[in-house]
Design a protein around this ligand. Sequence first.
Ligand code: ADP
Length: 611
Amino acid sequence: MKKNQYSLFNNIAFYFKKLSEFQPSIIWILALRVILSVTLPLFTIYMPKLLVDLATSHAGVEKFVLIFGGFSVAYILLSAIVSYTWEAVYFDFNFFRQYLAYYIFRKSLSIPYKDTESGIHRGEYWGAIGQAQCGDMSSSNRFYMMVPSFLITILNFFIYSTILANLNIFIAILLIVISMINYFFMEIERKSRKKIQPKLDNLYKKIEYIQHSSSGSGESSPAKDIRIFHLSKWIKQKEQKLIDKEKKYHKHLMGINFTRQNIGFILGFIRDGIAYVYLVNQAVVGNITPGDFVLYLGAIHGFSDFVSSIAWNIQELLTASDRAQSYRKYYDMQEEDIIQGTVTADDMKYPLDIEFKDVCFRYDDKKDVLKNLSFHIHGGEKIAIVGVNGAGKTTIVKLLCGFYEPDKGEILINGININQFAKRDLYKLFSTVFQENRIFPFTVGENLTFQLKENIDKKRAENALKEAGLWKKLKRQKITLDDYMTKYFMKEGVTFSGGEMQRFILARAIYKDAPLLILDEPTAALDPIAESEIYNKYAEISREKTSIFISHRLASTSFSDKILFLKDGTITEKGTHEELIKRNGEYAHMFQVQASYYRKGDMQNDNRFNK
Ligand code: ADP
């Protein structure tokens, strides 16, 4: 079994430190709760003895009522305060638990890019946020409830031991030993739970994914496929299989829990039986008074309860500590350093000059994705990088944006290695348009500018939409910057066609007005006419800027100054469209194949369309 990275004490210190930073008064309220909770049980064991002593000493009714009344009032008052202290903090625990989950979400926005592409990261994210969200079973709530409870039981344990040691030290030892045996079985149960929990977490992650992505509650719903491909049956079967597995694990855990509880019951029966027989015997032979008998009876009962509680508390704390590992791991994850670096965006002269010098890169140990790649884009040049899928085009963009570092060689912007830039400033240099672009279910203005409504420069936003050729449509349909996009939050939310969406994303790039425009397969989902319109727009807005067009569709190359043909991570051909066609190499071949699909006759002659 994997050893925990953070110890129990380290986790307790972590969660309580965070809580005290969030709400310092909670710690004092919890301390008060501990003190009062230790005092209360003393009433319950001393009150019966007092009453019996008063009865047997024939005390007057007045004295009896006074003492009994005094004790009762004090007891009720203390109980009320204990219950109030609980109410006062429980709400904060839950609020803070949400806050701990928010922290994980916020952290996910600033982790290094390469971690976001790894499946491991997604698993760790769900592990951390999932456990923070699971109510009283979350480690934070467990710790906040169990640490005070543990202190209360430990203090009570000492008080009760002192009382019982007066009666018979062996009885006290017997109670402890039997409880320790019980603890041993509890530990077996915890270890089984710890072994199964990651498997359960993994199942929850899958079930949650299936439900979220298929129900239409997520961003995109497979509603069409559900109908056409009878997807619902397949989804239900997939979900059912996972649920069946979950049931199997739960059944296994329930079985262990049931056995452990029965053993605990039998041990408790033996333990109390021996103690009570001894006590009755002491009373019968006259070694203890009736008052003491009542006192010890309460003490044995309480002591057994406390010893069991200690074992249970330790188990709960250890389980909370097991569950805390995934949270702590994500919490401590290294964030992307966006400040470190000596070169800033203000140091740059425009248009930007870009150079890749002998760049090699691989994602993992499997194969080189870029091999000794060298090219130079002079300031203001528009280049197209073309090549088949998987050639390494997007990888070039990821390296240029600083998302990954080359294994060998260097990438220069205006002659400066991009490693020397503060990442924050490096990111300022790029406006990017990708095929997949995220639209949030918020307003048109917010989606365009990524600013809160009150900070949007409306004039600039309007100009960007005009330049992207979208303004007239918005005016015609009476869509304003304040209208919501998508139907996710608002049923009257705005939706755009594929071409309009590309224009909108282009407007986003225009609004940002960065000196380097990168277009990575932006028109892959568009028809040829919409594609051609969009390319004309790109040509217009990139007039003064250095720009990189990435595509496997060669229509993009007509207005590029230079074309780089990429194959298996290496540039195999370089030149203008005319030069490469003349060369009659792979570019020319690819161009001819693609062009043939746009020619009417060729479409009909293509065997694939005649089948
Ligand atoms: P292109 O943009 O030309 O289609 P990419 O740059 O996306 O090609 O991918 C180049 C190669 O790198 C492909 O073989 C792809 O499978 C691989 N690749 C891309 N991203 C990753 C990643 N995050 N981890 C591992 N391999 C990747």
